[in-house]
Ligand binder design. Structure first.
Ligand SMILES: [Fe+2]
Length: 259
């Protein structure tokens, strides 16, 4: 990595800028102390710290619902997990798929339904946000959240996220401190770094890319089978969803198929 002035790496600076971007809005609405962003973790060190993989374990199920909130209505301690998905050049990755699954507050998985499962896509700035509960413990494991992360048209990273200060972290053989989230009451943060080459950004993306034209638009509730065009290409909707910037058809093959 190449330290910047004051010891920051380029990606630390980038993340700080991304987190700081909405600050004027926050400051207008809440006391300053509440707007302090979580300390970024792990640091993106310009190409040498891809997020390590972990085993999938026995409880993954495909076809989770598209949603950013899981464990809705279940007992437990509310938790928001947020962060960014970066490539190895520190570039934010828009439209990256994140598929989360975890145990309930008693350490049990929902292997029949999907109450503790959900997938989402990063927005135009590479950001994601999961609303859930703190997972419980089950025999043999420390506290953790499972996740699969995939940049568009790239291999899947399967890994797990851990909580600091857990007594079982020292005895769980799967535990990896590189996968520790930064946690404070009710909030956790973690930035993923995927094996995706790219060009280091010089400035954080503050505005979405210009629309290349077509009938697709953000904020529209598309049904399965809906037809749109984007950038001169026709697409068919595979899964009902409300569109948003960052979910343009070329970015999210799980939602749109070329037709
Ligand atoms: Fe697990």
């Amino acid at each position: 990595m190449t330290p910047q002035p004051h010891g920051f790496t380029r990606k630390q600076l980038l993340r700080a800028a991304l987190v700081a971007a909405p600050a004027p809005l926050l400051l207008a609405a809440v006391p300053a102390a509440s707007s302090v962003p979580l300390h970024p973790t792990p640091m993106c060190d310009d190409g040498d710290d891809e997020t390590p993989p972990q085993i999938e374990g026995p409880y993954f199920k495909p076809n989770s619902p598209l949603r950013t909130a899981i464990a809705t209505g279940l007992p437990g301690t509310a938790l928001t997990v947020s962060g960014y998905v970066f490539g190895t050049a520190c570039q934010p990755i828009a439209g990256a798929l994140l598929d989360f699954w975890q145990a309930d507050t008693n350490g049990a998985y929902d292997n029949v339904g999907f109450r503790l499962r959900g997938h989402q896509f990063t927005d135009a700035t590479g950001a994601y946000r999961l609303t859930t509960i703190v997972p419980g413990l089950y025999p043999g494991r420390t506290r953790h959240i499972h996740v699969k992360v995939q940049a568009p048209n790239r291999p899947i990273l399967t890994t797990q996220l851990y909580f600091p200060g857990e007594p079982r972290n020292s005895t769980d053989t799967l535990y990896d401190p590189r996968l520790l989230m930064t946690v404070r009451p009710g909030q956790a943060s973690f930035d993923f770094v995927l094996d995706v080459p790219g060009v280091p950004p010089t400035t954080p993306p503050s505005t979405p890319p210009s629309t290349p034209g077509g009938t697709w638009a953000p904020g529209v509730a598309y049904a399965v089978g809906a037809q749109v065009t984007y950038g001169g290409v026709a697409y068919r909707c595979l899964q009902a969803h409300t569109s948003m910037t960052g979910w343009e058809p070329p970015n999210v093959p799980a939602l749109w198929q070329r037709s």
